[in-house]
Ligand binder design. Structure first.
Ligand SMILES: [Zn+2]
Length: 734
């Protein structure tokens, strides 16, 4: 769940509503199916391995060895003779360690003098970062000052969980696979019995009535993007659900994080800094898990978002970790500012950022992967591309993620609330949350002056082409596509699927719906636009405690357009069902021509790649598209095309050349091998079905004044429009 009290609220004054967390019920439910598992042996093995190494900094983690206690250990997992022997061996080894190392590890407090420590506090040690490891100590105060923990939550022990889902990502993940070398100790440093209940959950035995539990674990992390964490010589780039184990029953309480930083590193995160810039406090677990952290030698630039109405001036920070120079950074931040201001103009006002600050956490490094991940007051932007070569593309992600500060982060579908960190969150509204956002990331780059008109036409041409061409549009809908997100959004699978024919991404499809809706509103309504409609939605659903259902959007479109019947029809045809809008007419209003890209080119409708070395021909790698010549001929994924028209083919160039020699409508004989059969089949080639969008100017077509007005209203920078409308109204008198 992500419920956000105001930052001024006292850390313990806010507790989650029972109907949302329902911890007691969940614990009871789980308790019924509870089975003790002994797969987590006590960390003797780890201890011994570490101890054998001379590196003193590793010794710090060692707690004094507690001799096994038969009373508590019978309930725990440490009683096996073999484990006992290992523990004793480790204890003997440990005698050689320094007296300093023998003292219980004291958690360094990361709080202001006089403030109570958070009930849950993490310390992150990055000494082993070169090997992609962090050692994390999580201290849980079982009876925190000023807060009451539901006794039911602790009835069977302290339950510690690694998330399976991450805000902004829709598939589930096994973050727990990279958590190891676990151990739990009490406030005296004495070991506590520890079980693993599921692959994602541990249980600490509390029979000895400790006042405090410190759970220590090593996190392995080597994937720099918006979903996972990356720890290496260059940085600790931490996505919170992939980093922090959390405690059941403590979700509503403040969580502190403190990092041990290498020299020269700093931290950027949406969480408020505390004291020395290495310590942070989240008001509750949901805020922690929504707060990515970048620790590295990076630069931070910023600008001020002007006050608007009741919302005061706010700070926009760009934390940039890259290999480029200062000039590239400066130019990038200027363009980020232009995109940010254009985005604010779409919604009419900025969001009210918690703590008055929004942070772009950008990692443009060769060892990162392309991604963007929205959060409430920050976003992660990662790419292997550089600002020098790919600034335009990187700005597209900037625009996309900043639109999310409204659309998804605050204007939120009910289907994503409360957010469940342990399973996939299925939403029927991602065509709106992601798709409309994708439409705007294109539109905003045009308005901000990053895209030329032909480039913009090309970008929306890609969207229109997909909607007009995808076989999925005929058999599914944007709503149904949204519900597929847990299978496609950074999900991994071993078994193939038939996505070519059954799925069109809600990003693309939703962008196509957004484009059609924008142009339809401009066509139907004097001064109407998608911006205007979104401002109405924003006015009704600007916080996540007022999430929307799809019916709300439909009703609001009826209100905005003044024509509920039309709104109903639009939703029925283009949201709940798969239909292609009349893009030719809609785009024509703006002097953009929708046309076939290359209809004279012969097309088979199948994707191929060279087969294995000892095999002849080309391998069919995707499913042939429904209705294509390849599908009609009965080709299937995994078949090998050996000859085209009697000619042997061994390379993609030969395949392309064989098609280029022919015309749409020509017959073509295919020799195919697949699943132990050889057969010949004749197909009739089709024309390339691709579409493109081209400005009238490029076709030598005239722009009427009406077209120019339409284009300006749609694509000109909002700030320019605002200035010209002010000029038209005359200078206001003082
Ligand atoms: Zn998105």
């Amino acid at each position: 769940m992500r419920r956000w009290p105001s930052p001024e609220a006292s850390p313990t004054s806010w507790l989650p509503a029972a109907e949302h967390w329902n911890c007691a019920a969940r614990c009871r439910r789980r308790a019924r199916g509870w089975r003790r598992s002994l797969d987590d042996s006590p960390p003797c093995r780890w201890r011994r391995l570490r101890e054998a190494e001379p590196d003193r900094r590793r010794v710090r983690y060692l707690a004094p060895m507690r001799m096994p206690n038969p009373t508590t250990d019978r309930r725990g997992s440490t009683a096996s003779p073999r484990r006992l022997a290992l523990c004793i061996a480790a204890a003997a080894l440990q005698l050689g360690a320094s007296a300093e190392a023998m003292r219980p590890t004291q958690s360094r407090q990361s709080i202001q003098p006089g403030e109570p420590a958070a009930a849950v506090a993490y310390e992150i040690d990055l000494a082993d970062r070169a090997g992609h490891e962090a050692r994390i100590a999580m201290r849980v105060t079982l009876a925190p000052e000023g807060a009451r923990i539901d006794p039911a939550a602790l009835a069977s022990g302290l339950r510690l969980v690694m998330s399976r889902s991450s805000p902004g990502r829709y598939a589930t993940h096994d973050f727990a696979k990279n958590v190891y070398d676990v151990e739990a100790v009490d406030q005296r440093g004495w070991k506590l019995p520890l079980d693993r209940l599921t692959p994602h959950e541990w249980r600490v035995d509390l029979a000895s009535a400790p006042s405090e539990v410190t759970f220590r674990y090593t996190l392995y992390a080597d994937r720099c993007d918006g979903t996972y964490s990356a720890i290496d010589r260059s940085h600790a780039h931490l996505n919170a659900p992939a980093t922090f184990v959390w405690a059941r029953g403590f979700e509503g309480l403040p969580h502190d994080v403190r990092l041990e930083l290498p020299r020269g590193w700093r931290v950027s995160t949406q969480l408020p800094h505390r004291r020395d810039g290495r310590a942070f406090r989240a008001m509750h677990l949901a805020e922690l898990l929504d707060s990515p952290i970048e620790a590295s030698d990076h630069l931070v630039r910023g600008f001020t978002l002007p006050a608007s109405g009741e919302i005061g001036a706010q700070e926009i920070l760009v934390a940039l970790h890259h290999q480029g120079d200062q000039a590239e950074a400066t130019s990038f931040v200027h363009r980020v500012e232009a995109v940010v201001l254009e985005t604010v103009a779409v919604f009419g006002e900025p969001p009210r950022f918690d703590h008055g600050r929004y942070t772009f956490l950008a990692d443009y490094l060769p060892w990162c992967r392309g991604d963007g991940m929205e959060h409430r007051n920050s976003t992660v932007l990662t790419s292997s591309a550089s600002l020098a070569r790919s600034a335009e593309r990187l700005l597209g992600t900037v625009a996309h993620e900043f639109v999310h500060a409204w659309n998804v982060e605050r204007m939120r579908p009910a289907s994503l609330e409360p957010f469940d960190f342990e399973r996939a969150n299925m939403s029927d509204a991602l065509w709106f949350g992601e798709g409309f956002t994708s439409y705007y990331d294109r539109l905003l780059l045009k308005r901000a002056g990053v895209y030329s008109l032909p480039r913009f036409a090309d970008r929306i041409g890609g969207v229109v082409d997909a909607v007009l061409r995808s076989p999925a549009v005929r058999r599914t809908s944007p709503v149904a596509a949204s519900r597929q997100a847990p299978f496609v959004d950074a999900a991994t699978a071993n078994d193939p699927s038939n996505r070519e024919n059954t799925f069109l991404s809600y990003y693309t499809w939703g962008a196509g719906v957004g484009l059609a809706l924008d142009l339809s509103l401009r066509e139907r309504l004097e001064g109407g636009s998608l911006d205007g409609f979104l401002q109405l939605v924003w006015s009704q659903h600007s916080e996540i405690d007022r999430p929307y259902e799809i019916e709300d959007l439909e009703r609001l479109l009826g209100d905005y357009s003044g024509d509920p019947t039309w709104a109903q029809d639009f939703f029925a045809r283009f949201v709940h069902d798969g239909n292609a809008p009349d893009y030719f007419r809609l785009l024509g209003q703006a002097g953009l021509r929708l046309r076939r890209a290359d209809q004279e080119r012969a097309w088979l409708g199948v994707e191929v790649e060279p087969a294995e070395q000892e095999e002849a021909g080309l391998l069919v790698v995707g499913n042939p598209l429904d209705g294509s010549p390849a599908a009609e001929a009965g080709l299937a994924r995994g078949d090998r095309l050996v000859r085209l028209g009697g000619q042997e083919i061994g390379s993609l160039a030969e395949f392309e050349a064989a098609l280029a020699e022919r015309r749409p409508g020509d017959p073509l004989r295919l020799s195919v091998e697949g699943r132990g059969e050889e057969f010949e089949v004749e197909v009739r080639l089709a024309g390339d079905p691709g579409w493109e969008v081209v400005p009238y100017e490029e076709l030598g077509l005239a722009l009427t004044p009406q077209i120019e007005r339409f284009r300006d209203a749609w694509l000109a920078p909002r700030r320019t429009l605002a200035e010209s409308s002010r000029a038209a109204l005359g200078t206001p008198r003082r």
